[in-house]
Ligand binder design. Structure first.
Ligand code: PLP
Length: 458
């Protein structure tokens, strides 16, 4: 390693540790540093880019380098290990860049951003979103695209509104995203389930359900599913769309983590029938800033007027300030750099998590193996319940999720634990899994002991 750039890195880390450099503060310019350290600008740039890779600092084009807001001094790091929170990793969120976009949006649009607006979403943003979707193999036009207040709003409206096929019931994967189950329950919509495992779904069973029931739509999370982390193959996705077409069932495709897919050849279901059979829902909450409450939905032409009425009755329009700033952010091309960073980050964390599970989880425990995304699920041995594991680990400040609420009552499993990698620090992954493994083994052996004692009594 070039001693000079390592020296610059060391100096910055030292200042962070002793508190003379604070989270969020701006670093000296490359020119200043090269003068202070009597080295070339390239050496400083190299040091800064290595610190960026370690998520200690970040750069803002035409402004400079900053310490990440969430920087935590390793000396006073909390012991908590968070496999529970499902928001994006705060250390790579482009807060400062987005702040610039907000200011620019206000300069550009002025009062337009603070009054009622187009119910379908700012047209200029929809134009940018259409371009963004092309990278995901979703080809559409601004007229079919709605900006919504989070994808949860789109899902909730779709659950409640009538569909052109005149059907009434909904099919969901089992398990699935809890927020969707909540919407269906609150709207008292009859819901059918289909088991999904890491091997996918039984397509014959799917056809049977489509053929024999009054299914309005099939809600599916095709990539890095919540909670399993499962992704379908292109062949399966094509087949599902064909069956939907055959039996006049709509598909609501929730591609919330599609951008993280390392497989460039993986297609969304939408691409197999772009004419309207598949309704494409895309959240920005996992890959960008969830507080903006911005997501999009691409609808069949036939449903646009109806959706407009439902959207209007829910909230008139989605936050315009968020929309204007997102438009500027997309236009500036900044999303590409951000996406590249987070793709690498989550893939790496998921790899670390899988390696730790492989190495440490006791016999009888299984786990899913997603290539990226946020979630990996652990199937506990027969005698161990997720509820017990959650409560034992909570005592040690290790937070994991009991997935039992992600099932319909008739499918309920109480032995599934969901681990989310988005907010856990890389260095805490292995220690966290070590504790999980110990906890499973100890509950299992205690129960085994109790079971053999009660057998002895007979
Ligand atoms: C699969 C899935 N879809 C949709 C959502 C809702 O996200 P938002 O409303 O923030 O876009 C979530 C949130 O966790 C999710 O996990």
């Amino acid at each position: 390693m070039d001693a000079k750039y390592a020296g610059i890195m060391g100096e910055i880390k030292k200042q962070l540790a002793n508190g003379s450099l604070l989270a969020g503060s701006k670093l000296p310019s490359v020119r200043q540093m090269s003068e202070w350290f009597a080295c070339s600008k390239n050496t400083v740039i190299k040091a800064y880019s290595e610190l960026e890779k370690e998520h200690i600092i970040y750069s803002v084009p035409k402004s400079g380098y900053y310490v990440v807001n969430q920087f935590q001094n390793p000396e006073n790091k909390s012991h908590a290990i968070d496999f529970l929170s499902a928001g994006p990793d705060k250390s790579v969120m482009p807060y400062i860049e987005f702040q610039h976009c907000m200011n620019q949006a206000i300069d550009t649009y002025k009062e337009e951003l603070f009054t009622y607006s187009d119910q379908q979403g700012l047209y200029s943003l929809r134009v940018q979103l259409v371009k963004y979707l092309q990278n995901l193999q979703v080809f559409t036009d601004p007229e079919r695209l709605f900006v919504v207040s989070g994808s949860q709003q789109a899902l909730n409206l779709l659950v409640s509104m009538p569909f052109p096929n005149g059907k009434n019931h909904i099919l969901i994967e089992q398990p699935t995203y809890f927020g969707f189950i909540e919407s269906a329950t609150l709207h008292q919509v009859k819901t059918f389930g289909i088991d999904v495992t890491m091997e996918g779904i039984d397509l014959e069973r799917l056809e049977y359900i489509f053929r024999n029931n009054d299914i309005k739509f099939f809600y599916i999370v095709p990539r890095f599913q919540n909670p399993l982390g499962h992704s379908y193959t292109n062949h399966e996705k094509k087949k599902i769309v064909e069956l939907a077409e055959k039996y006049d069932v709509y598909i609501v495709e929730d591609d919330f983590l599609g951008d993280l897919d390392p497989n460039a050849k993986s297609d969304p279901l939408f691409s197999y029938n772009p004419s309207g059979r598949v309704i494409y829902v895309k959240s920005f909450s996992k890959i960008f800033l969830p507080g903006l409450r911005i997501a999009l939905v691409v609808l069949p032409k036939l449903m646009i007027n109806h959706f407009l009425r439902y959207k209007f009755s829910a909230d008139f329009n989605s936050p315009v300030l968020s929309q204007g700033a997102l438009e500027i952010y997309l236009k500036s091309g900044m999303l590409d750099g951000h996406m590249k960073r987070i793709k690498e980050l989550y893939q790496k964390k998921m790899k670390l998590l899988q390696e730790a599970c492989e190495l440490l989880l006791p016999v009888g425990t299984q786990f899913s193996k997603p290539a990226s995304g946020f979630y990996l699920s652990v199937f506990l041995p027969e005698r161990v319940t997720a509820k017990q594991v959650v409560s034992v680990l909570r005592e040690k400040e290790i937070y994991v999720d009991d997935a039992s609420r992600m099932f319909l009552p008739e499918y309920k499993k109480d032995n599934l634990v969901r681990l989310c990698i988005s907010q856990v620090n890389e260095s805490q992954i292995q220690p966290g899994v070590e504790q999980l493994a110990r906890c499973i083994a100890s509950i299992d052996s205690r129960k085994n002991h109790l079971a053999s004692n009660s057998l002895l009594r007979f």
